[in-house]
Design a binder for this molecule. Structure first.
Ligand SMILES: Nc1ncnc2c1ncn2[C@@H]1O[C@H](COP(=O)(O)OP(=O)(O)OP(=O)(O)O)[C@@H](O)[C@H]1O
Ligand SMILES: [Mg+2]
Length: 398
């Protein structure tokens, strides 16, 4: 443990870190974290940045396997106190990045207690001081140790694909991360995308849900296309960009890294991409507290589109025609309102594509929540509309 403690001490006494720490996470396993982490580390190092990749998948480490390097030391010896993190660094190949391999053997460090995870996080922070960039390949899911490591970094990329379970699991990860660290604003990478449109749709659904329930919209950092060269490179245990430099996935990841270097920097630092500003404004929009034009009227009108008003009129006409006496007015208004709500949910389901049903349901509720004022007003609007129309019918229709 002594080396661990030294690493942690280094972190605490360090005036500042040399380069930012970036964690690659996901909700569901097998979505491409390791592939992305390796390719990004490679791309960063090719841009002349001293890069360290830490395989912190404590249960199923496999960066070294994908890379085809035999790591002489790994995290397990660090945790055991045999090596300091700095001593556990391997080279991922000539002119390439450095690697701290994960614990070999299945589930080697899966049950690491929180105190050791904290030390590990501090140790990684200390080791990152010698680098321009440090990437951490995390385990899938939202286990405490994973969340703790993610919370210790400057930025987190959540990898997802267009499968519904990948979206819901990624949402669970983001939610847990933000419970642990309110300031966290992870970025999204959609991997394994069959085409741009489906990747955009997957991201849009995910971002919308985060916005509705967590009060912030995770920015899209990039889309990586599905590419048969990826599994081929893994099978050959050669880095993607080395083996197939011009393939779709390699060029997408190259673009992502260029953009990342230019624009995203650290989301925790203030700046145009600053997560904190983003979060405050988005949260304001959801609660209506800090929204521009935040008066009762604009809130009210936000809940009544042309479609809404037309629907209320149509339902009112049907109800008025069906009514026989004034005593049926309240019941007619309530029935019209119930049909309105049902239709709303049905439309939400239909527009949700292959989003899981519970997700679509959550979204529909969130919408109603956002337009609470207009939702409350709606039964009265039905009451009034039907009353007027029934009055007209009585008077002129007999
Ligand atoms: N863009 C892509 N195109 C085609 N196949 C891909 C792509 N990205 C990843 N894959 C494939 O998906 C599989 C899983 O990738 P990877 O091991 O990187 O996922 P992971 O998220 O790290 O998994 P785990 O959660 O088990 O650590 C690999 O076999 C890889 O070939
Ligand atoms: Mg992996």
């Amino acid at each position: 443990m002594t080396n661990f403690a030294t690493d942690a001490g280094m972190a605490l006494s360090a005036p500042r870190r040399a380069g930012p720490l970036l964690a690659i996470a996901s909700g569901k396993g097998g979505v491409g974290k390791t592939t992305l982490a390796i390719a990004m580390a490679h791309a960063f190092s090719r841009r002349g940045q001293r890069t360290l990749l830490v395989d912190a998948d404590l249960g199923m480490a496999n960066v070294d396997v994908q890379l085809g390097v035999s790591a002489v030391s790994d995290l397990a010896s660090v945790v055991a106190g045999d090596l300091s993190l700095a001593e556990a660094v391997n080279s991922a190949g000539e002119d390439s990045f450095d690697l701290i391999a994960g614990p070999s053997g299945s589930a080697a460090l899966a049950g690491l207690d929180l105190e050791n995870v904290n030390r590990l996080a501090a140790g990684v922070t200390a080791a990152s001081m010698a680098y321009d960039r440090t990437l951490i390949d995390l385990a899938a899911g939202a286990e405490r140790s994973t969340i703790r490591l993610a919370a210790a970094t400057d930025d987190v990329i959540v990898v997802l694909n267009d499968e519904p379970t990948s979206l819901t699991d990624a949402y669970a990860f983001v939610k847990t991360l933000r419970m642990r660290d309110e300031g966290a604003s992870p970025f999204v990478v959609v991997n394994n995308a069959p085409d741009h449109a489906s990747a955009q749709a997957a991201y849009a659904g995910f971002a919308k849900t985060c916005e509705s329930f967590l009060g912030f919209r995770p920015p899209l950092a990039g889309i990586v296309r599905r590419d048969p060269h990826v599994p081929q490179a893994i099978r050959a245990q050669v880095m993607l960009e080395k083996r197939y430099p011009a393939c779709d996935a390699a060029s997408d990841i190259g673009k992502l890294v260029r953009l990342w270097s230019m624009a995203f920097r650290s989301s925790r630092l203030a700046g145009p991409w600053g997560a904190r500003d983003d979060r405050t404004s988005t949260r304001g929009r959801n609660t209506g507290v800090r929204m521009a034009g935040n008066d009762a009227w604009s809130l009210l009108w936000a809940g009544f589109t042309f479609f809404d008003l037309s629907f209320i009129l149509m339902a009112g006409i049907v109800a008025a025609l069906a009514m026989r006496r004034w005593g049926q007015l309240t019941a007619a208004a309530l029935i019209a309102y119930a049909v309105d709500v049902l239709l709303r949910f049905t439309l939400e389901f239909m527009s949700a594509g292959d989003m899981p049903a519970n997700f679509a349901m959550d979204l529909a509720f969130a919408r109603m929540d956002m337009h609470a004022l207009s939702a409350m007003l709606r039964p009265f609007l039905y009451f009034g509309t039907i009353a007027i129309l029934f009055g007209i019918k009585k008077r002129y229709g007999g």
